[in-house]
Write a protein that binds this ligand. Structure first.
Ligand code: DLL
Length: 436
């Protein structure tokens, strides 16, 4: 049986104690940062030349934000605080612009990261009775190895298969009685179509839960995966710069993700003024990682938009919860002057039962204007001889999208399996406007 808490003292710590711990750990993080060629001049420039110069948590606001560009500028070793010989692991995220962002971990860092994951997995009810099929990519990406270590820590039997090859996934699930999977939501939707093609109903398998993250998805998508597989889906949030998965995770209540505040200091800031917002208001997540020896990062602008959940969780954990990520400040599309998040489009189409498992958003130039096309796969039964129901469905999708995003898109309906799929994070948006 999963324990009620993995680390009760840490998970249920009263707020004053938690904040005192954060302050102590922030000082340590600043101490590490002062050892790096990147942070030393930055911190000294604002009068912080030793950990003791941080007097309260409020002093955090004096420290400048760190951005992805800073990480690239410090490539490869500008933010390394430990002796290279003490580093046992690196991970990197490819990014879109050539220079990857790289993180380094000492053995202690790996152990602490694993601890946060073990705590997260235990909170979902996972334990040594479970067989865990890790369908996330192994390698430089943190979703594979990171979760692998956490799953072993709670005693699950890990099948380190990685993504792809639906038939093999299925065979493994059947042969070993997989109960728990880890995948991107788009991969689980894709896998379901493949299983359906082979005449398999995944509800007949022993699966009971999935950990889904690494890309945005809506509450309707969660419900859809839950219904298709007959399982519970737990939302999991993280980013390589902050180790990877295990930053915030849903507990058994599946109502907001507990952000582990003894490992991270959470700020939500207004996306324009960059001032902190009130609890409940949406803004950009800014994170400071505590207790990372090899690579301290202070006030990292994640670009992810979320809000702090009001109230305490009945599960007893005191760490605040964040809401499902609603998008990124930089995936926002501006179409003919109107701001649109891909998540708004997903929310509309995935709430429609006729819609299948994949979609694609295409933005092009049409003369001086922008044109939005939403390509949607629909269920296998919908392509009958009579085109009238299809036309009606297309109109309905278009009307609902227009009501939600105030743009009249073109809607194309496709047969199942016709739109491209990727094994890692789904690429849902093709913006042709930026191509020369
Ligand atoms: O995606 C780490 C991860 C692996 C998280 C497995 C969860 C599960 P990166 O490749 O650095 O790391 O990408 C991080 O992915 O800033 C978000 O924009 C997005 N993201 C991650 N989890 C979620 C989620 C991993 N649950 C970026 N919902 C983040 C929405 C997510 N977006």
């Amino acid at each position: 049986m999963a324990k009620r808490f993995w680390d009760e003292a840490a998970e249920t710590m009263a707020r004053p104690e938690l904040e005192a711990l954060q302050l102590e750990r922030l000082r340590e993080a600043v101490g590490q940062a002062l050892k790096t060629s990147f942070y030393k001049p930055r911190l000294e420039g604002i009068g912080i030349s030793s950990p003791g110069d941080v007097r309260s948590l409020a002093d955090l606001a004096r420290i400048p934000f760190t951005t992805k560009d800073d990480l690239r500028r410090a490539f490869p070793y500008g933010m390394l605080a430990a002796d290279r010989r003490d580093v046992v692991r690196m991970h990197a995220s490819s990014g879109t612009t050539g220079i990857p962002t790289v993180i380094y971990l000492t053995a202690g860092d790996v152990a602490r990261w694993t601890g946060f994951l073990a705590r997260s997995l235990n909170a979902t009810g996972a334990d040594s009775n479970d067989v865990f099929q890790n369908m996330m990519t192994y390698g430089l990406f943190t979703g594979g190895l990171g979760m692998h270590y956490g799953a072993e820590k709670v005693g699950m039997m890990v099948i380190p298969v990685g993504p792809g090859n639906a038939s093999r996934q299925l065979k493994l699930m059947k042969d070993f009685g997989t109960t728990t999977v880890h995948a991107t939501p788009s991969y689980l939707l894709h896998l379901h179509s493949k299983l359906a093609e082979e005449g398999i109903d995944p509800r007949d398998l022993e699966l009971k839960r999935a950990f889904c993250g690494a890309e945005p998805y809506s509450e309707d998508t969660r419900r859809k995966i839950e219904a298709l597989y007959g399982i519970e889906v737990f939302n999991s949030y993280g980013l390589s710069e902050m180790n990877g998965p295990g930053v915030a995770f849903e507990c058994e209540r599946r109502d907001g993700m507990h952000l582990w505040e003894d490992g991270y200091i959470l700020e939500i800031v207004d996306r324009d003024s960059l001032e902190g917002v009130k609890d409940g208001a949406m803004g950009e997540i800014v994170l400071t990682i505590l207790c990372r020896e090899a690579m301290p990062i202070l006030r990292y602008r994640t670009r992810d938009l979320s809000s702090v959940y009001p109230g305490e969780c009945p599960c007893g954990r005191t760490h605040r919860r964040i809401a499902r990520i609603m998008g990124r400040t930089d995936d926002m599309l501006i179409i003919n002057g109107i701001n649109v998040f891909p998540s708004q489009i997903e929310e509309v189409i995935m709430a429609m039962p006729e819609v299948g498992n994949n979609y694609l958003i295409l933005v092009e130039k049409d003369g001086a204007l922008d044109r939005l096309t939403v390509k949607v796969e629909i269920g296998p039964l919908a392509f009958a001889d009579d085109s009238r129901p299809l036309n009606a469905l297309r109109d309905r999708i278009r009307d609902r999208l227009q009501a939600s995003i105030s743009i009249n898109p073109r809607v194309e309906l496709h047969e199942p399996g016709m739109l491209p799929v990727s094994e890692g994070k789904a690429k849902r948006v093709v913006d042709e406007r930026t191509r020369i």
